[in-house]
Design a protein around this ligand. Sequence first.
Ligand code: NDP
Length: 256
Amino acid sequence: MNRLAGKVAMVTGAGRGIGAAIAAAFVREGAAVVLAELDIALAQETAQKIGSTDNVLAVQTDVTQSASVQNAVREAEAKFGPIDVLVNNAGINVFCDPLTMTDDDWRRCFAVDLDGVWNGCRAVLPGMVERGRGSIVNIASTHSFKIIPGCFPYPVAKHGVIGLTRALGIEYAGRQVRVNAIAPGYIETQLTHDWWNEQADPAKAKQATLDLQPMKRIGRPEEVAMTAVFLASDEAPFINASCITVDGGRSALYHD
Ligand code: NDP
């Protein structure tokens, strides 16, 4: 407990799912947390559930807009002081066939899944570099390393998140700013349910997903959150420009 005591953290897309679980875990570990979320009503609801006005703040934020992210950082710092930890979690699934995908699908995917991560990094890095401390955790995906046909261009953007993590991790290592990623496998959130529900037979699609898993279950948002706490904390001082996979071993499996 209190592994993040005294730290100020910002989590994007923290209204629900993995982001909400990370925000809740950070609060439990003693951090003051800013929920930077598109849906402000959802963020406020989550904020009330996980803490109080003393340690949680919800700020309406669109990660695709750098001015919006800069504004969230300003509001966060005005309330709690300099940001020590940023989790770039906001992300969307854009799963298309490459040749029928529209230009808009491509742009929507990159705007959130890659530009959004950069906008977050760019907003906090000047302060972190100046203070000589900070931890950024980018939520990538097993799609950052593996390809599932028909899921284009999401894996392209998520590969980019790893490139961004490594590049910035090296760029600012000398200033003691660590930049790492987490690559979750299947995690049970709204995103996953939406995907199952889009399939012709949702129950069958869910069962097929479970059958693929070495542990015969998919992950819980809290299991990603535990890894985020570790990377954000002072327990990981020499982990930088790295990625931790949280997928129950699925991506190591060749086939049954
Ligand atoms: P959810 O869809 O459950 O939650 C994502 C949150 O991000 C939502 O609250 C959403 O708000 C918010 N969001 C979307 N767009 C923006 C934006 N432009 N600015 C700010 N917030 C935004 O997703 P998950 O919790 O499942 O996913 C979180 C991250 O984890 C994503 O980066 C995803 O790619 C990654 N991931 C998820 C996996 C999974 O199996 N669930 C597996 C691997 C990676 P709103 O509701 O208003 O759209």
